[in-house]
Design a protein around this ligand. Sequence first.
Ligand SMILES: Cc1cc2nc3c(=O)[nH]c(=O)nc-3n(C[C@H](O)[C@H](O)[C@H](O)COP(=O)(O)OP(=O)(O)OC[C@H]3O[C@@H](n4cnc5c(N)ncnc54)[C@H](O)[C@@H]3O)c2cc1C
Length: 377
Amino acid sequence: MIRSNPETLIRQSMARFVDKEVIPRAQEIDASGEFPMALFKRVGEMGVFGIRYPKDKGGSGGNTTLYCIICEELARGLMSLAAVTAMQCLMGTNFLFHYGTEKMREKYFLPAMRGEMIPCFCLTEPEAGSDLGAVSTLARRTREGFVINGMKTWVTNGPVADFFTVLCQTDPAKKLRGLNFFFVPRETPGVSVSAPFETLGTRTTRMSEVAFTNVHIPEEFMLGQEGEGVTNLMAILSEIRAMTAALAVGLLRASMTDAIRYAKERMAFGRPIGKYQLIQAKVANMATELEASRLLTYRATEMIDNKIPCLKEATMAKYFATEAACKAADEATRIFGAYGYSMEYPVQRYYRDSRFLLNGGGTHEVLQTNIARWAGL
Ligand SMILES: Cc1cc2nc3c(=O)[nH]c(=O)nc-3n(C[C@H](O)[C@H](O)[C@H](O)COP(=O)(O)OP(=O)(O)OC[C@H]3O[C@@H](n4cnc5c(N)ncnc54)[C@H](O)[C@@H]3O)c2cc1C
C-alpha cells in the first residue's frame, strides 16, 4: 500500500479547493477589485494560516515546505488570494508570534490564525525601498514606551489590515543596528491609511500608504530585543524568498496549462497551433523552466526545514522562478494571439500578476548583485 505523506495530502486538498472554489471565480473576483474576503475566510477555516506555527501555540504544526506548497497551489488559481495568505502566514504574524507577549498573541495572533484579523508588514517608505538603511520612521522612547512618526508605503493589505508590524529607527546614529520592529494596532490614535493604490496586477490585494503621526505605544509593542530588527528580519529572509519562488511556480503552472489547452484547440492553416514547432518550443521552455524552478524552490524549503542556512539557494530560487513565471506568462499571451490581449481569458491576469513577484523579498537587480558576490565576483 502506498502511504500518502503530508506534502501529497496538503497538495491534493489545496488543489481540490483551488479547482472547485477559486478558479471558477477568479476572473470575477479580480475584476471586482475587492479583497477576496469569502475565499480568505475559507482558507482560514482550512487551518492554513497557522501552517508554520506549532500546534500547542495556536498553529497547525507544519513547516516551510507545506507552507510553500499551499502558496504554490493558491497562486495557480488566484495570485491575490495566494499573496494575502502568504502574508498572513509569514511576514504579517511572524514577529508578533515570536516576540509579542502572551496577551498580544491571544488578542491578535490567534484571531489572525482563524482569519478573523488581517495583518500587514511595513518596511518600505517613500525614500527607502531596497535600501533599508534609509528607513526614517522614528520610534522615540518615552517614559511609557515609544512614540512613532513616519510614513510607510506599498503596504500590502494596508487598506484592510487590523494590525501592523512596522520597521522603525530608534537611533539614527546606529544606522542598520538602530532598526527595530514595532507592533501597532490599527485603532491606535495617529494611524492613518491612504486610499488603495491603483495597480497593474493582483488587483484584489490592495496596497496603500500608512502614516504614523505621534502614535504612542507601550514598551511591550517593541517586537524583539533592541538593535536586533535587521537580524530578526534576516532570520526569515530565506523563507520570504522561497515563498515568493513558490508563488512563481504556481503562476507558471497556470500559464503553461492554459497555453497547452489553447494550443491544442486553436486551428491555423488547417492544424492545431500546437503542431507548429515554434509553439512547441515555447511550451518546452515553460516545462523545463517549471521543473528547474520547482527543484530550486523545494531544495531551499527542505534546507529551511532542516535548519540549514540557505540564503543563496532561496535567492536563486526566487530570482529564477520569478523570471521564468514572467517569461511564461508573456509567452502564454502570445500563444493566445489576439485573445491574449482580451480580458476574456485569464492569461492577461497571469501576465499582469507576474509583475507582483518582482519586488517582494528583494528586486532582481539586488538579488543578482548578491548572487554574483556569492559566485565569487
Ligand atoms: C506589489 C507590491 C507589494 C509590496 N508589498 C510591500 C509590503 O507589504 N510591505 C513593504 O514594506 N513593501 C512592500 N512593497 C515594496 C517593495 O518591498 C519595494 O518595492 C522594494 O523593496 C523595492 O523598493 P523600491 O520600489 O523603492 O525600489 P528602489 O529601491 O528605489 O529601486 C529602484 C530600481 O533601482 C534598482 N536598485 C536599487 N538598488 C540597487 C543596487 N544596489 N544595485 C542595482 N540596482 C539597484 C532596483 O532593483 C530597481 O530596479 C511592495 C511592492 C510591490 C510592487
